[in-house]
Design a protein around this ligand. Structure first.
Ligand code: UDP
Length: 239
């Protein structure tokens, strides 16, 4: 086992679904504690970490729009959901023994810091874990796109996307037992094959700034650390 992580500065994307645990709605404290513990193990290896958190465990604007309501208001509600998740994750990360700050794409000065590049650079240089809330701060976007954007802004060596399965498959492995898992794939192949791992805007942003995307199971024991040690189960997306 190597002590030196294969990527030093990471942007970790945690979906709202990952925070559900066994519940159908809301935040399972066991899941925030597990994710915080994985982050702590990576920091102990020398990694610097930013986290973008989703909101789908609480609210998605598109679900409201499907019932005929206003999409923009729905997306604002989704942005608030990401902020709740970010606060829950921050508590767990502090409980795990790390320093942590939430930076929000939307101004909520009584609750979170507002994103600024200068403050971000200072936080990361001081070894704090930065949790990004609010997506990119505008409706019609996703927190996957925010993850790619924040990965560029923190100058990440890789974007880690924690999912329900251990990588990118040729088809949904829960529905197609013959689906194969890719070890490596390019950003362009994800787009051309229409693989539904992240939205196209996120994949193309990562491609344009040469950021590898590592897709792994957020539920696996020591999944993150094993990948950082060079022997984890995952799909690596790179040119
Ligand atoms: N959202 C948004 N702009 C953004 C990011 C998110 O409007 O930049 C809203 C949108 O309604 C979205 C919800 O927040 O459905 C939750 O984000 P997302 O669906 O990306 O969360 P995840 O699927 O990762 O849990």
């Amino acid at each position: 086992m190597s002590d030196k992580p294969i990527y030093k500065r990471l942007l970790l994307k945690v979906s709202g679904e990952a925070l559900l645990g066994d519940q159908s709605f809301g935040i399972d404290p066991a899941m925030t504690a597990k994710i915080a513990s994985d982050i702590k193990s990576a920091v102990d290896m020398g990694c610097e970490i930013g986290v973008v958190v989703g909101g789908g465990n609480i609210f998605r604007g598109v679900a409201l729009a499907a019932k005929g309501a206003d999409r923009i208001t729905g997306d604002h509600m989704g942005i608030l959901a990401t902020t709740m998740n970010a606060l829950a994750l921050k508590m767990a990360i502090i409980d795990a023994g790390l320093e942590c700050v939430v930076m929000n794409a939307v101004d909520m000065p009584k609750i979170t810091q507002t994103f600024s590049q200068n403050d971000l650079d200072n936080h990361m240089e001081n070894g704090k874990v930065v949790v990004f809330a609010g997506g990119i701060g505008h409706p019609f976007f996703t927190t996957d796109t925010a993850a790619a954007l924040r990965a560029v802004e923190i100058r990440a060596d890789a974007l880690f996307k924690g999912t329900q399965v251990d990588g990118i498959y040729s088809a949904d492995p829960k529905k197609c037992p013959n689906a194969i898992r890719f070890e490596h794939i390019s950003h362009d192949e994800i787009i051309s094959k229409g693989l539904s791992v992240m939205d196209t805007a996120a994949v193309s942003l990562a491609r344009d700034y040469s950021i590898p995307v590592v897709v792994f199971s957020i539920h696996s024991d020591n999944g993150l650390v094993n990948i950082l040690n060079g022997h984890g189960h995952c799909t690596i997306v790179e040119a």
